[in-house]
Design a protein around this ligand. Structure first.
Ligand code: PEP
Ligand code: MG
Length: 321
């Protein structure tokens, strides 16, 4: 199988009926970056910046982070890297940040909520990202945005930091794109202005699915109860893709499900055109996309949905076989 995947590594992911998908990889450490070439990814769709914060007992220093972010961009050799700002809290605990003892940490004080309330840390990280970019294009996305004002405030903070950094003599990024992760169902229903302001959106399916079904992603008992290919969830993904398309806002899917071939195929059939996954999944996902006619897949999915099936998986598997 490995040989099969290396044979298609440099091929674009175009379905039999000519729809092009962009496949990116997820990363979180500098050592992940060499996989960029080997996997055939078009860039890093999700760089999880919290790992540098979780691996140690003290807060990393700004200059140290700037160096790391710079190295990440060096290693990407001009391919785009989407940096997600600190997604700490819930399952990702940094002891030196005095975590709260919360009854429901997944729904607690985490990610952008913490960032907006403790702006010192967020500002420090944004400065490090701008310094690391050092005049190159920069893509920043904020995690766990639940409503428009959180994105607007975080974006305003980034633009303020950009201004002060430039005044200090640091080279501004040649292009700055600011996006949001859609990980709570609420954001799909945000006002139009959110979609207009956002340069791009990335669906964090791990969190989105847990909140869509109210099923803890860490709890084995309930986690597998709700299929990703359930009609309700796929229809929701379809609506998000359509809403983003209406505003010309690029949208990707970067949760683990994007790396599962059948799921990836369904997301493509629901209108998504960018997927980000662990590097080893790019071959298998590209393989299924190359072999499939997306219109046919959509017809199978639609027929399955109309039949009242809970999940389209069984019909899809039958068709693929
Ligand atoms: C997600 O929620 O799908 C996601 C990509 O973020 P994380 O898994 O780091 O929460
Ligand atoms: Mg998440």
């Amino acid at each position: 199988a490995q040989e099969k995947y290396s044979a298609i590594r440099d091929k674009p992911a175009i379905t039999r009926d000519g729809t092009r998908l962009d496949l990116y990889m997820n990363a979180g450490l500098l050592v992940d970056l060499p996989s960029l070439k080997g996997s055939g990814a078009q860039g890093v769709g999700l760089f999880r910046t919290e790992l540098q914060f979780l691996m140690r007992n003290v807060m990393p220093k700004r200059d140290e982070l700037a160096k790391i972010y710079g190295h990440v961009m060096d290693s990407a050799q001009g391919l785009p890297v989407t940096f997600r700002t600190l997604d700490i809290g819930s399952d990702k605990v940094a002891t030196y940040m005095n975590p709260l003892d919360e009854p429901n940490p997944a729904m607690g004080w985490r990610a952008i909520r913490l960032g907006l309330d403790k702006q010192g840390v967020m500002k420090m990280q944004l400065q490090a990202l701008i310094r690391g970019a050092n005049g190159r294009p920069l893509r920043v996305m904020f995690p766990f945005v639940a409503q428009f004002n959180e994105f607007r405030d975080a974006r305003a903070l980034l633009l303020k930091v950009l201004k002060s950094e430039t005044a200090l003599g640091h080279e501004p990024p040649s292009k700055l794109e600011i996006g949001a992760m859609l990980e709570t169902p609420s954001l799909a229903f945000a006002p139009d202005q959110f979609f207009e302001m956002c340069d791009f959106i990335s669906i964090g399916g791990n969190d989105l699915k847990q909140f869509f079904y109210a099923a803890d992603r860490e709890n084995e008992r309930v986690r597998r109860r709700y299929d990703t290919l359930n009609v309700s969830y796929l229809t929701f993904i379809e609506q998000i893709a359509a809403r983003c398309a209406a505003f010309d806002t690029p949208v990707s899917f970067c949760g683990e499900d994007a790396g599962r071939p059948l799921e990836a195929l369904c997301f493509a059939a629901m209108g998504l055109r960018q997927l980000s996954m662990r590097p080893a999944s790019i071959g298998p996902v590209k393989d299924i996309l190359l072999q499939t006619d997306l219109d046919d897949a959509r017809a199978v999915i639609n027929k399955s949905r109309a039949s009242g099936a809970q999940s389209v998986r069984a019909d899809l598997v039958k068709w693929l076989n």
